[in-house]
Structures are given as structure tokens and as C-alpha cells.
Design a protein around this ligand. Sequence first.
Ligand SMILES: Nc1ncnc2c1ncn2[C@@H]1O[C@H](COP(=O)(O)OP(=O)(O)O)[C@@H](O)[C@H]1O
Ligand SMILES: Cc1cn([C@H]2C[C@H](O)[C@@H](COP(=O)(O)OP(=O)(O)O)O2)c(=O)[nH]c1=O
Length: 219
Amino acid sequence: MVTKAVPFVVIEGLDGAGTTTQSEALAERLRREGWGVSTSCEPSEGPIGTLIRQMLTGRVVVPDEGGGRPVGRETLALLFAADRLDHIEAQVEPALAAGCVAISDRYYHSSLVYQGDIDGEERVDYGWVRELNARARVPDVTIFLEASVEVCMARLSGRGGQRELYETYEKLGRLERRYDEVMTMLAGEGQPIVRLDASLEREALAEAIWDVVKRVLPA
Ligand SMILES: Nc1ncnc2c1ncn2[C@@H]1O[C@H](COP(=O)(O)OP(=O)(O)O)[C@@H](O)[C@H]1O
Ligand SMILES: Cc1cn([C@H]2C[C@H](O)[C@@H](COP(=O)(O)OP(=O)(O)O)O2)c(=O)[nH]c1=O
């Protein structure tokens, strides 16, 4: 009999879809069921992820006469890809090797959606971003929390805190369409992607996620 290995699980979705909430809920559920668990996120808590967060919040900028402008899209795409490989090496692979289920809040799907956008408008080029991420392992299952911009914005305004670069209504609308496109593209290539309705109430969504994850756990 072939024994399945512990899975690498990714939870994806627009800002405000509830990926942080559901990653934590899934980790808690797994622990209750007796599994070892490692949770992490992207941008990661490692050195490159920390730098990226400073770029997204405007703490690190490209100097110019007006006091600094946002770091370029290509630079960010490269940094996200580098952070991903560092995240896998430093957190995901050691966790899996120790027999723990690894959960990542966001992964390369986010890079395709957010950095696949060439000019912040309607032109998209996934090719280069895919190349940059070609060495990142494919998750055993990706749970895509599908949410409308309206739901995300309502949740983000409830959460408070500093708004990041991508959290505006218009941008979220474009990103919502991109998510649909990217998930359809990757699922079409055979990647294991499950779409769930993120507008569900917290516990119902956690239960739906559990139904998916328990199917990829070793017997
Ligand atoms: N299913 C849900 N129903 C209602 N509110 C939710 C739900 N999931 C999360 N929230 C709330 O919405 C906000 C954003 O959730 P969060 O998990 O931080 O989203 P993300 O990590 O995807 O940006 C938080 O204030 C959280 O408490
Ligand atoms: C992983 C990743 C995230 N991002 C963006 C999406 C988020 O707007 C931002 C920060 O993520 P995060 O702080 O996790 O936001 P949230 O809690 O709302 O999910 O980084 C990318 O642009 N590319 C990527 O590859």
C-alpha cells in the first residue's frame, strides 16, 4: 500500500476574503484531530517577506524628488518569487519533513493575480511570472476562497489597520476577475484547486474547508 505524505495546503483569495481567518481555523481543527501543523503566509515572515511588506505599506520606497515612489512592479514580482522559494526552504519543507501539515496563507496564485498585471490596468502577462515561479512546488490542494469585491471591502473596513497598496475598490474588481482567470487556467492544467464560497459564515466555511482537507490527509 502506498502511504500518502502529509499535504501542503494553500488558502488563497482576495484581500478580505478570509484567508488569514480560515488558515488559523484549519490549523486549529487539524491540531484537534491530532495532526502536527505548520502555518505560514506570503509575504513570509522571513527577510525578503519583511522587506516586501515594507514596500507594500510605503515604508520602503524608490527615492525621488517628491519623497519617494512605490517600488516597480517587476522588482516586486522578483521579490515575491524569491520570498516564495525562501519560504518553502525555511518553513514548508522542514514542516513536511517533520510530518506536519503545512498551510500557507497565499502562494504563487497571488503572484499571477497581482503581478501578472503589467500596467495596473487591463493588460496581463502571466508568462514571465510563471517562469519566475516555475521552481515552486505545486500544492497538494489549493483552496480558493471566492469572494466578491463588495464582501471583501466590507470585511476590510471592519478589520481596520493600514490599507495596503492593493486594497481599493477599483483594484479589487480587476483582481477578482484575474483570480477567476488564474484559477481556471491552473485547474485546467490539472492542479488541484477547490473553489469555495467565501461569503459563507465563518464556521460553515471552516467546515467546508475541513471536508476538502481531510480527503488529502494520509490514512
Ligand atoms: N466568513 C466570514 N464572515 C464574516 N467576517 C469574516 C469572515 N472571515 C473573516 N472575517 C472578518 O473579515 C476581516 C478580514 O478577514 P481576514 O481573514 O483578515 O482576510 P484576509 O486574510 O483574506 O485578508 C476580518 O476582520 C475577519 O474577522
Ligand atoms: C503572496 C503575494 C501577495 N501579494 C499581495 C496581496 C496582498 O494585498 C498583500 C499582502 O498580503 P497580506 O498582508 O497577507 O494581506 P491579506 O491579509 O489581506 O491577505 O500582498 C502579491 O501582490 N503577490 C504575491 O505573490
